[in-house]
Design a protein. Structure first.
Length: 143
C-alpha cells in the first residue's frame, strides 16, 4: 500500500515557493505533508496532497516540472522510540531508506512518516507482518 508523492522543481529564489503554494491554494489543493530539499539554484518540493491527479494536471499546465513517486505513509504511536522501531525493522530486513519526512494530522497520539525506500513491496511486507499500519492514498485524502 503506497501513496503518491509529487515532487516539484522550484527555483531557489525569493517568492518562488510562495508562488507555488498560492497556485495550489487557488486550485483548492490541500497539502497533507511537505518536505523541501534545496541546492543553491533550485529546490525539490515533495508533497502529499488530497488530490494527486488534479495537482499533477494543474502543475503541468502552469509549466512546473513535477514527477510522481510511490512512497509509504506509516502510522505510529506519537511516543519516544516509535521511529526507531520502524527503522530497525526495515534495516534488519535489508531495506535501504532513501529519505523520509514527518507529517501531523488531527488524530491524537499518532504520528506519521513518509518513507522513500528502495523496495516498497518488501518494506510493506516487513512492516505489515510486524503490525505497522500504513495509510492508503484514499486514507490520505480523508485525513
Amino acid at each position: 500500500m503506497t501513496v503518491k508523492q509529487i515532487s516539484v522543481f522550484v527555483e531557489n529564489k525569493a517568492g518562488k515557493l510562495a508562488e507555488l503554494t498560492e497556485y495550489l491554494h487557488q486550485h483548492e489543493i490541500d497539502m497533507r505533508a511537505l518536505s523541501i530539499a534545496e541546492t543553491q539554484d533550485f529546490g525539490i518540493v515533495r508533497m502529499i496532497v488530497n488530490d494527486t491527479y488534479k495537482t499533477s494536471c494543474i502543475l503541468k499546465e502552469a509549466g512546473y516540472v513535477a514527477s510522481i513517486t510511490p512512497v509509504l505513509a506509516v502510522e505510529m504511536p506519537d511516543e519516544p522510540g516509535s521511529l526507531f522501531k520502524i527503522l530497525k525493522m526495515l534495516g534488519d530486513g535489508g531495506i535501504n531508506l532513501e529519505y523520509m519526512y514527518a507529517f501531523l494530522t488531527r488524530k491524537e497520539a499518532t504520528a506519521y512518516m513518509v518513507l522513500r525506500v528502495e523496495d516498497n513491496e518488501k518494506a510493506i511486507d516487513i512492516l505489515s507482518k510486524k503490525g505497522i499500519h500504513m495509510i492508503s492514498q484514499e486514507g490520505i485524502a480523508g485525513l
